[in-house]
Design a protein around this ligand. Structure first.
Ligand SMILES: [Zn+2]
Length: 140
């Protein structure tokens, strides 16, 4: 397995900032017939779907969810340094202002809250009316 990793037999990371780092096979589950094999990049610590259709017929449990972790426990010198490079979104060369990110986050939170309120009013309608009645009688 070590030789296969060194020869990049399992492929290379598609992420630009990983600079084509070698991948390792990993299973999402340790029990068979749960999912097919995935590919793990130790540089970005993320997993990817294999490009090759040959991999889609291989069970991920053959490798298990612990394989890359165990490999780097045995060969700690092979563990790559983590990439600190990150893609920064830009428009015409200018970084997008932080307030734009905040506004998007606020819009999303508002939408989620509205959905939650809709769900609450549709499912708990009888209890809400009794609570409202109770609070009205207390205030008057
Ligand atoms: Zn990567």
């Amino acid at each position: 397995m070590l030789e296969k990793y060194k020869n990049c037999d399992f492929g290379r990371c598609p992420r630009v900032h990983c600079h084509l780092h070698a991948l390792l096979p990993i299973g999402l589950h340790d029990m068979p017939r749960q999912s097919t094999v995935k590919l793990y990049c130790p540089k970005c610590e993320d997993i990817y779907n294999p490009k090759s259709s040959r991999h889609s017929s291989i069970d991920g449990a053959y490798f298990g969810s612990s394989f890359p972790g165990m490999l780097f426990q045995v060969y700690p010198q092979l563990a790559p340094s983590k990439s600190s490079e990150r893609y920064v979104p830009k428009i015409f060369g200018f970084k997008i202002h932080e307030s734009a990110k905040l506004a998007r986050w606020q819009d999303k939170q508002r939408m989620l809250m509205e959905e939650r309120l809709k769900d609450d009013s549709s499912t708990h309608n009888p209890t809400n009316t009794t609570n409202n009645n109770g609070s009205v009688t207390k205030t008057t």
